[in-house]
Design a protein around this ligand. Structure first.
Ligand code: FAD
Length: 396
């Protein structure tokens, strides 16, 4: 157990792993990553890990564009293989949301997203597997896709360890010491680490870690379900799909399988991140599967019929840590040396590496390539919260 560090990162999910990774890349002295369970033992392990660039504000678009480039060049940027599959990403919208696509695609292009608007006929032509009934317009990003969340966190941490990162697993931060208005150390289940920099990357536990220094950013939680099914032989290429018309997302899952989950807005399913059932249930499967088959009729060959045709592979649920405006809280707080980096609100796997890179620069006293100030916790009191062209409860 180390007694002193230049920075202590609390939480070994995608955000903490990324901050630690980029701090060590910058040569920021001695960096410790404390994780109460094991790396990627929190919400990141359940992530669908879609890497999209479809956002409606500058900071998120810039982070997403940078993130997609990092995933596409993972060995160099993220320290190892991350299972990135560049199948592309498509949003399909019903008539009442057609305008959202028309409004936001030009903004995305301005900030570097390679995205194109497609008619339903063009979608059918390119992906005959998809039924476009009820769809008025689509947009497609060629350079997006999905990754393996556990492999990503491992790559970030393992490569940082080669640069001297101290990884402390099974080590819970229980208090943060403050000396003259600045952080002075982190008290853990394995002893105290003296430090002048603490990064709260505690994900769904970020609110309670913040309260250790009197910084109270409340979170809401929602249990989110995903399921994986066998696809029929010869199942064609499809991009990562956001079906706004049915509030459904789905994509390939490795070879010959399909992953499906429910989109927002919807009623949150409250859950205690410390103690919830990480499985899924029939109620969710029964809601998702008919929608999936409606959009991809060829899947009826495996999942149609009694008991989903025996094609059910697995199902699980993770917890979203939702901030007031569905955007993460990133940056230094009024306690000097204490940085928030949590509140991913169900969409920060893809943004994690770019957040980590920019925040590491801020901590090291360098100007980050992407200005994170819009994400600061001060935005709530200042009334500078985020919205979405897709309406409340959406994160794009
Ligand atoms: C079902 C689901 C699907 C998702 N799909 C997508 C998607 O397609 N694309 C996307 O971009 N995002 C997606 N997300 C969101 C994304 O996965 C999360 O925003 C992101 O993984 C959160 O990472 P994190 O590092 O903030 O939190 P976590 O991964 O939860 O990491 C926090 C870590 O902190 C540790 N910790 C907590 N308290 C302490 C303490 N006191 N001491 C030490 N350690 C502590 C925890 O054990 C945990 O490992 C999804 C999320 C879920 C649940």
């Amino acid at each position: 157990m180390i007694e002193r560090a230049d920075a202590v990162v609390i939480g070994g999910g995608i955000i903490g792993a990324s901050v630690a990774h980029f701090l060590t890349k910058l040569g920021y002295g001695r960096v410790a990553l404390v994780e109460k369970s094991e790396i990627c033992g929190g919400s990141t392990q359940y992530s669908a890990a879609h890497i999209r660039q479809h956002y409606s504000n500058e900071v998120a678009i810039r982070l997403a564009v940078r993130g997609a480039a990092m995933f596409a060049n993972a060995e160099e940027e993220l320290g190892g293989p991350v299972g990135f599959v560049q199948d592309g990403y498509m949003v399909i919208a019903p008539p009442e949301q057609e305008q959202a696509i028309r409004d936001v695609v030009p903004v995305q292009r301005r900030f570097g997203v390679e995205t194109e608007i497609l008619t339903p006929q063009e979608v059918s032509h390119r992906w005959p597997e998809l039924d476009v009934e009820g769809i008025a317009l689509a947009c497609f990003e060629r350079t997006s896709g999905y990754a393996d969340p556990v492999a990503t966190v491992r790559a970030l941490v393992r490569s940082a360890q080669q640069r001297g990162l101290e990884l402390l697993e099974g080590c819970e931060a229980t208090a943060i010491e403050i000396e003259r208005g600045r952080v002075g150390g982190v008290v853990t289940s394995q002893g105290t680490i003296a430090t002048g920099v603490v990064v709260n990357a505690g994900g769904p536990w970020g609110d309670r870690i913040g309260r250790m220094v009197g910084v109270d950013h409340p979170l809401r939680f929602s249990r989110e379900h995903e399921a994986v099914f066998e696809a029929p032989d010869g199942f064609g290429e499809i991009p990562v799909m956001s079906d706004a018309a049915q509030r459904l997302y789905f994509r390939h899952y490795g070879e010959g399988k399909v992953l499906v989950g429910e989109g927002w807005p919807k009623e949150p399913e409250p859950a205690d991140p410390e103690n919830y059932d990480a499985g899924t249930d029939e109620e969710h499967l029964a809601r998702m599967v008919p929608k999936l088959v409606r959009r991809v009729p060829s899947l009826a060959a495996t999942i149609g019929g009694e008991g989903y045709g025996g094609a059910y592979v697995t199902g699980y649920s993770g917890v979203y840590d939702i901030t007031e405006d569905w955007y993460p809280i990133v940056g230094e707080e009024e306690v000097g040396g204490y940085y928030s980096a949590f509140g991913g609100s169900g969409h920060c796997f893809k943004l994690g590496p770019a957040i980590g890179e920019a925040l590491a620069s801020v901590i090291a006293g360098e100007a980050p390539e992407i200005d994170l100030s819009d994400l600061s916790g001060a935005r709530f009191a200042a009334g500078r919260t985020f919205g979405s062209v897709w309406g409340p409860g959406n994160r794009a």
